[in-house]
Design a binder for this molecule. Sequence first.
Ligand code: ATP
Ligand code: MG
Length: 336
Amino acid sequence: MIKDPVLEIKGLNVDYGLGDHAVHAVRDVNLTLHRGEVLGLAGESGSGKSTLAYGLTRLLPPPGVISGGQVIYHQADGPPVDVLSLSHKELRKFRWAETSIVFQGAMNSLNPVHKISTQLIDVIKAHEPTSTPASRLARAREMLSLVGISADRLESYPHQLSGGMRQRVMIAMALALEPRVVIMDEPTTALDVVMQRQILGQLIELRERLGFSVLFITHDLSLLVEFSDRIAIMYGGRIVEEAPAADLYRDSLHPYSDGLLHSFPALRGPRRELTGIPGSPPDQRSMPTGCSFHPRCPKAFEPCADKIPVLGEPNLLGDQARSVACWLHPARETVA
Ligand SMILES: Nc1ncnc2c1ncn2[C@@H]1O[C@H](COP(=O)(O)OP(=O)(O)OP(=O)(O)O)[C@@H](O)[C@H]1O
Ligand SMILES: [Mg+2]
């Protein structure tokens, strides 16, 4: 597969608040989403996953501010765009037609007083104003059946659908405009495990047919191991490891990734001992010095409390597209 970047996040910093009291929720994040891939982003609660998603789409609620970095979007035709410098008008078009977002708890964002058909058709109409009513209805039916819901459900109100169906309606809306990038922030956490897997399975199938890229955010690493191409692990606002899903599962390099992997039962392959991670996530207002994971890390040694490890390709494996920020695996460029 040719690595064709669609979205490049470069040195992104996001704070809540200003000055001394600012919470640095996202710190120097570099992440690239390639065409047609599913990139999973995992990390404990509070690690900054949603803040990253809000920041890169410029949907940050106050007091959130982007304090540095770039988000480069590679258009299908046209020059690359720095999303962070778009005007509000440009942003609106970009946000919906090029990038779709399904946020945490999205199933509750359907309007309870309108039928599903009205809501789906409104989205299509807003972005294809020249389409005819008949073509919009046909498209709404098609989108619903794409996510496995029978078209006669168009006439239902949200409360007449199950949680899983409402969530799938939100996914249908997100896909209705054939975006090139779909960002999903814990779109399935409110659903049971069977439903989560079913929805993700459908999404992957659609991705193959429609060719979009997905940034999938969850704290459930087992889902990502199964469904994503690559996985990035976030801790204390930083990406601490990034690797192809299979490599991360087989041989994670960062002790935090290791801890996450041993926090859930494996769906396939040999059984693993479940150990969890001792301690709790750091307080963003008073981060530990050095590597922010060091107070919880079973393998911490001398440099960990002093210096922040940089995310980079580890020196030891002269291969693979994987990177880690850990003093056990110094990055090539930081080795003297
Ligand atoms: N509006 C806000 N004001 C101040 N701090 C905030 C705000 N929203 C989030 N934060 C802080 O930013 C950090 C990252 O939060 P974020 O919601 O991005 O985490 P997350 O990884 O998405 O967690 P979860 O898995 O619970 O959704 C947390 O420490 C949180 O307390
Ligand atoms: Mg979140």
